[in-house]
Write a protein that binds this ligand. Structure first.
Ligand SMILES: NC(=O)c1ccc[n+]([C@@H]2O[C@H](COP(=O)([O-])OP(=O)(O)OC[C@H]3O[C@@H](n4cnc5c(N)ncnc54)[C@H](O)[C@@H]3O)[C@@H](O)[C@H]2O)c1
Length: 349
């Protein structure tokens, strides 16, 4: 099934038709977190009076809550409300809500239809698209999950007006990733961006979202080309997972940005990525994202040990993406551990 993605004002999209025609007699559940409850829900409810009877499920905000314990609470609530397999779940939030809400809906009664209304930039250009749903297991990011596509995705930048500035830059990290794996011209357009205002326009969001859409439509189950979207994530997920339980967790987008930088250094050190492209990537990341630092060698070892259990690995090897040049990357590249450790030391100690 191809995912249907609507870009632009949700009010003028196919949303109302979908609700009335396909789900007219279905009960509706809206998943929100604390922030999208406060900032996004009212707009949706006032724009669509037919949602006045919807059940609202409030999830605790933050990556640390993308866990099974919260899913159990929601599944119990769905059962209590007697939500049936023919009803509809709407996920109104960032990547945390769409990942977990999609997972909850996909498992409940063997699958209830769901739609995504992403409210973060990262959700709009990346997380809401492509049918990966899931939750974290301890320090392992998205360790539990299923591929399950949304019935529709509504990408409306109106929701970004309340998104904190830091969160806009987190979305920018995934936009840079899309450019690095496929589009040098987009890279040149993204790198000079200095203000969040330049990032929240529909045209750029749609261009980035369509890169992801094009890739996942060709390879929905990540057998080949879709693996490219993991650029920055082999290292980034390990850093994010390691810091998840610490006093200073790192946002997903920020971790991906640091991951891209370290993976670019790995590529440069083995001679795959030339110095000039490496310097451009290093500058772009350092100009837009804060440095992070670890205090001890043990912390670096902990990050590497998480990388050993990454979902993309096989044959006991750490596998990730190799950048050849801006706009061109290779999948299934084996990362030598000593090189990874040396590059992590360069940036994190
Ligand atoms: N499924 C995929 O293909 C895929 C791809 C990339 C990332 N992800 C996942 O996405 C998650 C990261 O997504 P994210 O950065 O959107 O995180 P998030 O959902 O935690 O949102 C970030 C913060 O912004 C708040 N927020 C969201 N929209 C808001 C709005 N309009 N106004 C005010 N506050 C708002 C949230 O409450 C949260 O505090 C991670 O869990 C990551 O693993 C999934």
């Amino acid at each position: 099934m191809k995912e249907t993605v609507y870009f632009g004002s949700i009010v003028n999209s196919g949303f109302e038709d979908l609700l009335l025609n396909k789900y007219g007699s279905s009960r509706k559940v809206i998943m929100v977190d604390e922030n999208t409850h406060d900032h996004c829900l009212e707009y949706l409810l006032t724009s669509f009076p037919s949602l006045s009877e919807a059940e609202v499920m409030l999830l605790p905000a933050g990556e640390e809550n993308k866990v099974m314990e919260v899913c159990f609470q929601v599944w119990n609530a769905l059962s209590e409300y007697e939500i049936s397999r023919h009803d509809l779940v709407m996920n109104l939030g960032g990547g945390m809500v769409t990942d977990m809400g999609g997972f909850i809906a996909s498992i409940y009664k063997r699958g209830v239809d769901f739609i995504h209304i992403p409210t973060s930039l990262l959700g709009m250009v990346d997380a809401s698209i492509g049918g990966k749903t899931g939750i974290d297991l301890g320090p392992y990011k998205n360790q539990l999950g299923v591929f399950s596509q949304a019935q529709a995705i509504f990408i409306d930048p109106v929701f970004l007006s309340t998104l904190p500035e830091d969160e806009i830059w987190n979305g920018y990290a995934e936009m840079l990733k899309h450019a690095l794996i496929s589009d040098e011209i987009l890279w040149e357009k993204l790198v000079p961006i200095k203000s969040v205002e330049e990032l929240v326009g529909l045209e750029l969001i749609q261009q980035c979202a369509e890169i992801k859409l094009g890739i996942v439509q060709k390879d929905p189950l990540e057998k080949n080309e879709r693996k490219l979207l993991n650029l920055g994530h082999t290292v980034g997920h390990a850093i994010e997972g390691y810091l998840l339980s610490k006093e200073t967790p790192i946002a997903h987008g920020h971790a991906v940005a640091i991951g891209i930088l370290i993976e670019a250094m790995i590529a440069n050190r083995i001679g795959a990525l030339d110095g000039s492209d490496y310097a451009k990537i290093e500058k772009a990341i350092k100009d837009h994202f804060a440095r992070i630092g670890f205090e001890s060698e043990e912390e670096i070892e902990s990050v590497v040990s998480l990388m050993r259990n990454d979902k993309k690995n096989s044959e006991g090897l750490i596998k990730g993406i190799l950048i050849h040049k801006i706009g061109k990357c290779e999948t299934d590249f084996v990362y030598q551990e000593d090189l990874v450790i040396s590059c992590l030391r360069t940036f994190l100690s």
